[in-house]
Design a protein around this ligand. Structure first.
Ligand SMILES: Cc1cc2nc3c(=O)[nH]c(=O)nc-3n(C[C@H](O)[C@H](O)[C@H](O)COP(=O)(O)O)c2cc1C
Length: 231
């Protein structure tokens, strides 16, 4: 068995053209943080939202609600909200908050706000622990966002996850009139990349995959639990 793990292929087998196409889109997707002008067409936007529609969700609850904007003024305001927050954090913690890095949230063709309806958590009748319900909710939301990103990448469009931290959430909620009890989870810019970013390094498959039982030799030391690899 241990040998089977060692003999694991370093490249996934290209079984048929559909797999190749899928893998090429998965490997093409990047977090794009510098955009150039250029429209995301309505047809492209619809395809992206259609991809989200087919995401798997806990108990098929489909908790997502997407607010889409093309309004430059609102985008500018999003950018201000993030900039203000970043400046404030930088004053408190100048070491970890270097630079003003959120300019990409305001200069794209389309911004999608990924909102979710947490009332869907009550539908998970066989899941009693709140933390478990939260996992189902967040995972369902993330699936939809990831499918959007893959659809965008397949059309040469860039995207990036932008976290909505507690500090910016109320202002974004107000700007886009997102009602309670919806949660506002991520901001997703969609646009044309100024240049397509290089791939960030990935751990090797057999560093994180384990055959049959967990291989304790692969458990990373605490020092390895960090942005990977450190840059
Ligand atoms: C849940 C989640 C939240 C993220 N939040 C941010 C963010 O707030 N700002 C940002 O620039 N990138 C964010 N990212 C993007 C990651 O930094 C990025 O996916 C990772 O570095 C790998 O790079 P790649 O997406 O180009 O492959 C987030 C990604 C995920 C999955």
């Amino acid at each position: 068995m241990a040998q089977a793990a060692k003999a694991a292929p370093s490249q996934p087998a290209a079984i048929n053209p559909a797999v190749q196409t899928l893998m090429s889109v998965i490997q093409k997707r990047r977090s794009v943080r510098v955009y150039k002008s250029g429209k995301v067409s309505d047809a492209q936007l619809n395809t992206i939202l259609e991809a989200a529609r087919w995401a798997p969700s806990g108990a098929n609850t489909q908790p997502w609600e997407f607010v889409v904007t093309r309004d430059r003024k609102k985008m500018k305001r999003i950018r201000e909200i993030y900039d203000n927050e970043w400046r404030q954090r930088k004053r408190e913690d100048p070491v970890n908050y270097k630079g003003l890095k959120k300019d990409y949230v305001g200069d794209v063709s389309v911004i999608v706000l990924a909102c979710g309806d947490p009332r869907t958590k009550a539908v998970y009748l066989t899941t009693r622990q709140q933390a478990d319900r939260e996992k189902l909710f967040q995972a369902s939301m993330a699936n939809a966002v990831q499918q959007m990103m893959l659809a965008a990448a397949s059309m040469n469009l860039g995207t990036v996850w932008v976290s909505v931290r507690e500090e910016v959430e109320p202002e974004l909620r107000k700007l886009f009139q997102v009602p309670e009890p919806l949660r506002l989870l991520w901001v997703v810019p969609i646009g044309h990349a100024r240049s397509w970013p290089k791939a960030k390094p990935r751990r090797a498959v057999w560093d994180f995959a384990h055959m049959e039982v967990y291989d304790p030799k692969k458990l990373r030391p605490d020092s390895e639990i960090r942005p990977w690899p450190k840059n």
